[in-house]
Ligand binder design. Structure first.
Ligand code: T4K
Length: 370
């Protein structure tokens, strides 16, 4: 009998080891290990070309990229954001010495609802921090119009959105700043890492400076910065992986189509992302467990675990219901009905390029057989 392998919600994509070795040799040779070395610069250039953007600053992780971005733009202390995200989105607001104000999400995309954003704007609002959740683009046109109308900064947490395109253009072209995550669990990874995408050279230079303690040159330190630099080793992992990322996204697309077909017609199971969504990166495969399904989301999660299938309830608990945020006025029980509903229904199924059809069928069969 073949061994039943555990299926995790994701598995990191790694470059062939042989393609990593020459980069490691260069690092050993140069002894430049960090602080904007040659591999760091090569990865920034390669990412600009790959993603079709002009100004990228690599960072040690997306959380630091978010904090620096929020600190960099605008005045006022309130940041309007989505409660339906990974905690890093909201925690970054606190670390940027600002206050989170939640706005509810759209029931179809689960991204922040522009109309709800507009209702939360006050004279104290500094910025809108929206998330392209699961790689599904936000309503960028409506958010841009609101930001312009009220003179607010617009920042996208694009942690899930590597390679996502909308109307044939990179989603990263929208907003004043966008932040990618290159964590091990993402479509493209540098093990830990991330990037801030800016509109102009001046803002990129400011982000670079903030990543390096605020240092402009040996004797000039105009800003209060921190250490958010990406090391040469991490940059090397990214440089070796980048040529393989398009194939990895295509493979994810095949996994996505198998789920879509396999789960068709199951009463009460709705797949959030259609596999033919143009420009999608298949970052995750979230399903919504509706009332018509025989058991609720948590029971399905538990039954899958009993069969070594480690699907994840991203994003539960809702950020607004965590002890640190639940007393905020925008977190009160009568607020955020759509996000609260999503937090108890969404389940992310295993999704990674090399998830083979036989193992994937275990997931589909279990969901169909409840
Ligand atoms: N904004 C958004 C919207 C985000 O989703 C995130 C991060 C951020 C901002 C912040 O980005 P970073 O600062 O991290 O760059 C994971 C990730 O740690 C986190 O990066 C990610 N979002 C979040 C959605 O997921 P956990 O606590 O669920 O990860 P963990 O360790 O349980 O990993 C999930 C599964 O992946 C494991 O069951 C097995 C597999 N795995 C994981 C790792 C780390 C591996 O096979 N190998 C590995 O090395 O948070």
């Amino acid at each position: 009998m073949t061994e039943r392998v555990p299926l995790f919600v994701t598995r990191p994509t790694l470059p062939p080891l042989a393609e990593m070795v020459p980069l490691l040799e260069q690092i050993w040779q140069s002894r430049t290990l960090t602080n904007y070395g040659p591999i760091h610069c090569r990865l920034e250039d390669a990412l600009c070309r790959h993603l079709g953007v002009e100004h990228i600053s690599l960072v040690a992780n997306a959380t630091l990229g978010l904090i620096l971005s929020l600190a960099c733009l605008g005045r006022g202390e309130e940041i309007i954001t989505t409660p339906f995200s990974f905690v890093a989105t909201c925690h970054s607001i606190w670390w940027a010495r600002c206050k989170a104000v939640f706005a509810d999400v759209d029931p179809v995309t689960l991204n922040i609802d522009p109309a709800a954003v507009e209702r939360q704007i006050t004279p104290r609002t500094r910025a809108i921090l929206a998330v392209h959740c699961f790689g599904v683009p936000c309503d960028v046109a409506a958010l841009r119009a609101i930001a312009d109308r009220h003179g607010l900064a617009l920042i996208y947490d694009a942690a899930h959105a590597f390679g996502v395109r909308k109307d044939g253009r990179s989603i990263l072209e929208h907003g004043d700043l966008s932040i990618l995550s290159f964590h091990a669990t993402k479509v493209f990874n540098t093990i830990e890492g991330g990037a801030v995408i800016a509109r102009d050279r001046e803002t990129k230079n400011r982000i670079d400076r903030l990543c390096n303690f605020g240092i402009q040159d040996e004797a000039t330190i105009p800003d209060i910065g921190m250490n958010a630099k990406l090391s040469e080793l991490h940059a090397a992992a990214g440089l070796a992986l980048l040529p393989h990322v398009d194939a990895a996204i295509e493979a994810r697309g095949r996994v996505s189509r198998r789920y879509w077909t396999g789960l068709q017609g199951v009463p009460g199971i709705r797949c959030l992302c259609a596999p033919d969504l143009p420009g999608h990166n298949h970052h995750a495969f979230p399903i919504i467990v509706e009332d018509a399904y025989p058991i609720d989301r948590d029971e399905l999660y538990t039954r899958l675990r009993a069969h070594d299938i480690f699907a994840r309830r991203y994003f539960h608990p809702l950020i607004a219901d965590l002890p640190t945020y639940r007393d905020l006025p925008s977190s009160q029980p009568d607020q955020l009905p759509v996000a609260r509903d999503a937090a108890r229904r969404v389940l992310c199924l295993p999704m990674y390029p090399d998830l083979d059809a036989d193992n994937q069928q275990r997931v589909i069969d279990l969901i169909r057989s409840q």
